[in-house]
Design a protein around this ligand. Structure first.
Ligand code: HEM
Ligand code: HEM
Length: 331
């Protein structure tokens, strides 16, 4: 394959890896399977292109370029993302030190992103009309099929080898601590701290109401739901608390529900979620632990873990459209 086309194919694959990886992270329902399979396929396309890219890189390295080090660190970042992606999916290693293989996978991919943009901007590749012709489309299809075949072969190998990867959920996550909340990992988005709150002092504002813990505990709504963390684990639990719709009624003009934590962390939900959200004060018949959001956290079924806001402070309706908020929290 010509060098220029290899670089173009890599560019498309890197872009699609980000899009499908983002989708795999964003979708909490069974649809996630499409994103994870497509994501694995584009990830392996990058791997399959590596013999051709190595030839390009060897040629490039022989020239004197001021930003060679950046290109080499890009190689390290992408290889590390690939390695940690495979370690996670196969289940060979789910955690390395304090971090999960999934966190390292995404961390390396995101760190490589600005370097990749720099790399491509400094080495612009021209598009030719024939790049979109029949021949190239067929080639692209063959490369994509190769990526898919590796994903399929991987799944068979996980089963044959008895690896834990065979048991992962549609999102790629592993079961940990279902119906045993003490064994559920404690994870926060980026740098969010675990809070130790005084239940006597703590208050929750819901719309115009201010409730204390005893008032919340007077309800006994129950819901079995699965929390699926983007760190790569999931757990099914019975959550106790109160349906948000019992405390908050839709008002004219409201489009979204804003849910804020005492840490300043927050998410904006579409108003249609009102009937599905539970304010949980307990899990598995016991109060929440501090790490899991004591005194109260949100339970947002079918949404990934970063929507399940902990250490609740305020829930309110707003006219701001939910889709204007960033799909992933930035802090
Ligand atoms: C997986 C992602 C990629 C990695 C790890 C990577 C790595 C490298 C390395 C190590 C070099 C040789 C050192 C240098 O010239 O600075 C290189 C050269 C080059 N890369 Fe990449 N690259 C990647 C993606 C891309 C993409 C997406 C494009 C363009 C669309 C691209 C275009 C080029 C060009 C034009 C050269 C110079 C070749 C020469 O001067 O002979 N690369 N790349
Ligand atoms: C350089 C960019 C990336 C590459 C090359 C890459 C590659 C891979 C590979 C090869 C796998 C293993 C697939 C399998 O064994 O079936 C994987 C898994 C995964 N990646 Fe990425 N990835 C990248 C970026 C991302 C990003 C940015 C995210 C999320 C925002 C992400 C999320 C995931 C998830 C959730 C899985 C698990 C899927 C599963 O277990 O089926 N990846 N990735």
């Amino acid at each position: 394959m010509a060098g220029r086309r290899t670089n173009l194919a890599l560019l498309v694959a890197l872009f699609l890896a980000l899009v499908t990886g983002g989708l795999a992270f964003g979708v909490g329902t069974g649809w996630s399977r499409w994103a994870t399979v497509a994501h694995g396929a584009v990830g392996f396309v990058i791997l399959l292109l590596s013999p051709w890219k190595s030839a390009i890189a060897r040629r490039g390295l022989a020239r004197r370029r001021p930003d060679k080090v950046a290109s080499l660190s890009l190689s390290v970042g992408v290889v590390a993302a690939l390695v940690f992606g495979i370690l996670h999916s196969s289940g060979i290693a789910q955690a390395i030190g304090p971090l999960t293989a999934m966190q390292l996978h995404v961390g390396f991919a995101l760190l490589s992103l600005p370097v990749a943009v720099w790399h491509v901007m400094k080495r612009p590749v021209r598009l030719h009309r024939t790049d979109l012709g029949r021949r190239q489309t067929l080639r692209a299809g063959a490369v994509a099929a190769g990526g898919l075949a590796v994903v399929g072969a991987g799944e068979l190998a996980f089963q044959a080898g008895g690896l834990r990867g065979a048991d992962r959920r549609a999102t790629g996550s592993y079961e940990q601590g279902s119906f045993a909340p003490d064994q559920m990992p404690v994870t926060q988005w980026l740098n969010d701290p675990v809070l130790a709150l005084d239940p006597g002092e703590w208050r929750l504002t819901v719309g115009a109401r201010v409730l204390n813990l005893d008032e919340l505990l007077s309800y006994d709504d129950r819901l079995e739901a699965t929390i699926d963390c983007t760190g790569g684990w999931y757990a099914r639990q019975e959550w106790q608390g109160v349906w948000l719709s019992r405390l908050l009624a839709p008002t004219a003009g409201a489009r979204s529900i804003e849910v804020m934590s005492l840490t300043g962390y927050g998410r904006l939900f579409p108003l249609r979620d009102l009937d599905h959200l539970l304010i949980a004060t307990g899990v598995g018949g016991r109060p929440l632990s501090e790490g899991h959001g004591f005194p109260a956290r949100l339970v947002a079924p079918s949404r990934r873990g970063f929507w399940w806001v902990k250490w609740l402070d305020r829930i309110s309706l707003t006219e701001r459209p939910w889709w204007l908020a960033s799909p992933f929290p930035l802090t």
